[in-house]
Design a binder for this molecule. Structure first.
Ligand code: CA
Length: 230
């Protein structure tokens, strides 16, 4: 499994070094930057999973670094704030930080917050990447990956079967005429041979319905086919 990569932007070298060592023991891959500009440059240059960002930094302060990061990334950010700097915390959270921790902190607390933020970051990423996945019941179809699953089982569809299923899923609850399906999938007028559609629907059903004893594609007599939201 790939290690989570964490960037710490902190000008106090002792703290930066300590955190780097502790996170290293925990199996994280850590890089550190000692000022805001270097930190920002690293965020732009390399993929990280989380950023620990000190607020009081020379040059570009943490709040400004955060503001600039948020212009191009939703990466989880935990702010490191000085004790009782209430204003910093509020400004930081308003500015898009995911959490903050007050210095001096116990390493266990930092680790716990990191775990929470990484989990939240992962599910955010997942929901973003899943946004284009088409579903009905436990059937999922990912047009970008050209992949299709029933539950966790991956289905092996031919190009035409896949295109047909995608077209029906994209037009859920709309009855697709045989002619329309022909036109969309074969890309030209196939007049007189609309039974090609019936043939492929049969192939599809043999793969997505019969093995699972379920009905997904409904026939509308004399018209065509539809996948309905159950
Ligand atoms: Ca500092």
């Amino acid at each position: 499994m790939r290690k989570n990569r964490i960037l710490i932007i902190e000008d106090e070298e002792k703290i930066a070094r300590f955190v780097e060592l502790e996170l290293g023991y925990e199996g994280y891959e850590v890089e550190k930057a000692l000022d805001g500009r270097d930190g920002l440059a690293l965020v732009k240059a390399r993929p990280f999973d989380l950023i620990l960002l000190d607020i009081m930094l020379p040059g570009l302060n943490g709040i400004e670094v955060l503001r600039r990061i948020r212009q191009f990334s939703t990466i989880p950010v935990i702010l490191l704030t000085a004790r009782d700097a209430v204003v910093d915390k509020v400004t930081g959270l308003d500015g898009g930080a995911d959490d903050y921790i007050t210095k001096p902190f116990a390493i266990e607390e930092l680790l716990a917050r990191i775990r929470v933020c990484l989990r939240a970051g992962n599910s955010r990423l997942e929901s973003q990447t899943n946004a284009h996945v088409l579903t009905t019941g436990s059937l999922r179809l990912d047009p970008e990956k050209r992949a299709c699953w029933m539950g966790s089982e991956s289905l092996d569809l031919t190009k035409k079967e896949f295109d047909m299923l995608q077209c029906l899923l994209e037009n859920k609850n709309i009855v697709m005429k045989r002619e329309t399906l022909l036109d969309k999938i074969w890309g030209y007028d196939f007049a007189g041979e609309t039974n090609a559609v019936d043939v492929y629907i049969r192939y599809l059903r043999a793969k997505i319905e019969e093995p699972y004893h379920q009905k997904i594609i409904h026939t509308v007599r004399g018209v065509g086919y539809v996948i309905r939201d159950e």
